[in-house]
Design a binder for this molecule. Structure first.
Ligand code: GLU
Length: 487
């Protein structure tokens, strides 16, 4: 059944990421995928992608696509799969039959209403809600009769009374008393027939796929004893478990949309780089035990160890991600960075001009998408800004006009081919000094109106670099437009 099941070496590390395609790739799932990937690669193991799509009402192909595309984009590539649970019905049926025939599972005919009433009652007397086991003792004849009548049913696993213990590679010894849970549902009925539930299908898949280590979020810790019980009932070996700490928002509650974007797609659209996200996600629960903060995927593979994964929740700090992203943006060549910024820049502009523009902002960019706003003034025919913006300190309209006239006069004498930063600086600085002389050395009286005329913004890169990119003609035109504002 496994489409690209390879020969398995004895002792081979085989791990998996098992997302349900009920939403876009979540940053928590991506973090779990990354840790599995690093763990596998470090030991020449195999990393498997399994799509847990048995919940047909909530699973959609668009989410499956999103999950796969974004894992690839992050560079977290799987060696086997994708396996889809929806295509493995026969396998689950085989094991279900085994459990039923060995009397380790049974049909339960209790109605939703009945179960709900039970639940309410148990809670009202301060008990944890769990199934009472009513249908456990139905005779085979009764079961057959109900089934023939077409009475709706689910299948429950007979939970034995015992203590389940396992050794979690991160959390240490975990013990769980099965008295706390009732017989759990493992298969439910749907319009299409029977559909296996998570704790059942996951045990069968982990066994069939020879998973050696189950590395997943701590939110699954309470599922583990349930899965172990099913493994034991089916005679399967137990994989090793490692439950990764939860990702928390700055207020220490579980990370949610309230705190930050949670889907990788959103981060990608905002202009975060995969290198930055991987580096950031690695530190959500792991640290190298040194001061080093920058890690590419390959160095993570070298350094990663489950021993360095903490138990305590990992706090999500977006400032750290921004800082890392800025770092990786600065590592890019201008060619590469421009290419990455292209979706955020207007179409049809000369690539060389775009490269110069992007270069101006490489130092200060934290996210690629910021390039749109930072540079939009380059691409406009006419800038919209209030004339008051042209005023430096207490300058009068007349003085602004005077500065603008002077600028135009000087700049119009420079040849178009000499319109570059160094030359402009050389020519304009002495003039700015003249203005500054009578005004406590403040060159703003000359250079501020220039910058605003060219950009329409309060903050921007330096005016000489901008003038160079705009070229002589557009620079003069913008100075003219600025002057026209002052009537
Ligand atoms: N489908 C489960 C999830 O998305 C997988 C949990 C597991 O790794 O066992 O949370």
């Amino acid at each position: 059944m496994l489409n690209n099941f390879k020969f398995i070496r004895p002792g081979e590390v085989r791990v998996r990421i098992a997302p349900s395609p009920t939403g876009f790739l979540h940053i928590g799932t991506a973090r779990t995928a990354l840790f599995n990937y690093l763990f596998a690669k470090k030991q020449q193991g195999i990393f498997i992608l399994r799509i847990e799509d048995t919940d047909i009402e909530r699973s959609f192909p668009k989410f499956e696509r999103d999950i796969m595309e974004n894992l690839k984009w992050l560079g977290i590539e799987w060696d086997e799969g994708p396996y889809r649970q929806s295509e493995r019905g026969e396998i689950y049926t085989k094991y279900l039959k085994k459990l039923l025939s060995e009397n380790k599972a049974y049909h339960c005919f209790c109605s939703k209403e009945e179960l709900e009433a039970q639940r309410q009652y148990q809670m009202s007397i301060g008990q944890a809600p769990r199934y009472t086991g009513k249908c456990r003792e139905l005779s085979p004849e009764k079961v057959q009769e109900y089934l023939t009548q077409g009475k709706s049913s689910i299948i429950r696993f007979k939970v034995p009374a015992k203590k389940v213990k396992f050794n979690d590679l991160i959390r240490g010894e975990v013990e769980f008393d099965t008295g706390l849970i009732g017989d759990m549902a493992i298969v439910k009925k749907t319009g299409q027939g029977f559909s296996p539930l998570y704790n059942f299908s996951v045990v069968i898949d982990d066994f069939e796929m020879k998973i050696s280590h189950v590395i997943r979020g701590e939110d699954h810790l309470s599922n583990t004893p349930k899965q172990i019980l099913i493994q034991e009932a089916l005679g399967f070996p137990q994989p090793k478990y490692a439950h990764l700490p939860l990702i928390l928002g700055p207020d220490r509650s579980k990370l949610s949309k309230r705190h930050a974007a949670v889907s990788i797609t959103e981060y990608r659209k905002a202009g975060y780089l995969p290198e930055a996200l991987n580096n950031f996600m690695a530190f959500l629960g792991w640290n190298p035990g040194t001061e080093r903060e920058i890690f590419g995927l390959n160095s993570l593979v070298k350094e990663f160890s489950l021993k360095q994964v903490q138990k305590a929740g990992a706090i999500f700090n977006i400032k750290k991600l921004d800082w890392l992203n800025g770092f990786y943006i600065r590592q890019k060549s201008i060619e590469k960075l421009t290419e990455l910024c292209l979706p955020c820049l207007p179409k049809g502009v000369d690539l060389n001009e775009l490269k110069k523009i992007v270069a101006l902002y490489q130092e200060r960019l934290k996210k690629l998408s910021e390039i749109t706003n930072l540079t939009k003034f380059f691409f406009k025919e006419r800038l919209e800004y209030p004339k008051t913006l042209l005023r430096w300190k207490e300058m009068s309209d007349k003085e602004i006009k005077n500065s603008l006239d002077k600028l135009r006069k000087i700049l119009s004498k420079i040849k178009a081919e000499d319109f570059h930063k160094e030359n402009l600086e050389k020519i304009l600085f002495p003039e700015a000094e003249k203005f500054a002389k009578e005004r406590a050395g403040d060159r703003g009286y000359f250079l501020w109106p220039l910058r605003v005329a060219l950009t329409g913004e309060k903050t921007s890169a330096g005016p000489f670099e901008i003038a160079e990119i705009l070229g002589k003609e557009r620079t003069l035109e913008r100075l003219k437009q600025a002057k026209n504002k002052i009537k």
